[in-house]
Design a protein. Structure first.
Length: 373
């Protein structure tokens, strides 16, 4: 251990994290870009691939994509120490701030961006507003883990967002598509959101891996102890989170590749407000967390859970309400095209911010976080 009087021998935190990650983790941006490119090319040049992938569904999501999401989520949720959930629930500052950002500030900001950037394109504008209402319950766990966020806090916030998603999605959709535009003298949009489609999405993509992760940790620790579970078992299943992520990205972009590559100008117009949304909401989350003294780990979790969106749900809702070939559905499809690379970049921004803004934080992890612990 380095002596406190010799700070020059201490490696910067973000360098330590990145430098000691596995090859899979360290080159994650490369793998993700490659997966996106492979998916786009497959969808563009293999006739009928999108129809084949979409032939069998779980709820409103293609079965192969659903499998990829479940594989991606399970290892992350198996790492959560569920006996520490009370610590997170007791942190009222974190919970209240998260709810305010996720369900008041972020949807309102997306509404404003949609009207500023797409005033003449009502279908894309509506699609963006729907994206802003769909809070992330899957990939955010990956980004939070890679950025050394608080795993237990992430699990609790995602669970709370899921409950609010079931309860509030339809009401907020009505408010932002009909009520608020009417108050402002803007054109309104009618849309019917399926309560059961939203509920099924939450139960499948959060409920199943959450239950599996909880049972795995509980039974594993009871049989072999926490040391064996965290030092022997978790390293075996850890890489599957990224395998599932990359598999999902390939299939998602293969399913929508033809649509994206055939309308590049429309994609660019949709991408601009999405880029602004992810960067600004993440920055606000980090700034508020630091201002409130939440510490690096919880601040990072707050920022990622606020910035991430559930594009699977957004796409499913847009297709169900407006049709598979609608502009609303295309806006949902562009979501992951922008979100995935931007949030990967924000992982590195978060790691950089540890030394810059949280130098005296005693909650900083003492070892690098990897998907393969």
């Amino acid at each position: 251990m380095s002596h406190p009087s010799a700070p020059s021998s201490v490696q910067p935190p973000e360098d330590a994290v990145v430098g000691r990650l596995s090859t899979l983790d360290r080159f994650l941006p490369v793998w993700i870009i490659a997966a996106m490119a492979a998916g786009l090319l497959l969808g563009r040049f293999i006739p009928g691939l999108d129809a084949a992938l979409d032939a069998v569904r779980i709820g409103e999501v293609s079965l192969p994509i659903a499998v990829g999401l479940l594989v991606m989520m399970y290892p992350v949720l198996a790492k959560v120490r569920y006996d520490q959930a009370r610590r997170v629930v007791a942190d009222r500052k974190l919970l209240v701030t998260s709810l305010l950002i996720n369900w008041i500030a972020a949807p309102a900001f997306m509404f404003a961006l949609a009207w500023i950037f797409l005033p003449d394109l009502p279908e894309y504008r509506t699609g963006l507003i729907i994206v802003g209402l769909a809070r992330c319950i899957a990939m955010v766990m990956i980004w939070n883990d890679l950025a050394c966020g608080d795993r237990e806090a992430a699990a609790v916030l995602v669970l709370i967002n899921s409950v609010f998603q079931v309860i509030a999605f339809g009401v907020l959709g009505w408010f932002y598509l009909q009520v608020l535009p009417g108050w402002l003298g803007l054109p309104t949009t009618s849309a019917d959101f399926s309560f059961w489609a939203i509920t099924a999405s939450v139960l499948i993509f959060l409920g199943i891996p959450l239950l599996a992760g909880f049972l795995t940790r509980t039974l594993g620790e009871r049989a072999k102890g926490r040391q064996w579970y965290e030092e022997r078992f978790l390293p075996r299943i850890g890489p599957w989170a990224l395998y599932g992520l990359l598999f999902t990205i390939v299939l998602l972009f293969a399913l929508q590749g033809g649509t994206i590559t055939s309308r590049p100008l429309d994609v660019m117009r949709i991408a601009l407000p999405l880029l602004a949304y992810f960067v600004v909401v993440f920055g606000v989350g980090m700034a508020l967390g630091r201002l409130l003294g939440l510490g690096y780990a919880k601040t990072t979790t707050l920022a990622f859970t606020a910035a991430g969106n559930n594009f699977e749900l957004a796409i499913a809702v847009a297709i169900g309400a407006f049709g598979v070939s609608s502009g609303q559905a295309l806006a949902g499809v562009v979501g992951p095209l922008i979100e995935v690379p931007v949030l990967v970049a924000l992982v590195y921004v978060a790691l950089w911010s540890r030394r810059r803004f949280f130098a005296t934080d005693t909650t900083l992890p003492t070892s690098p976080r990897s998907m393969n612990p």
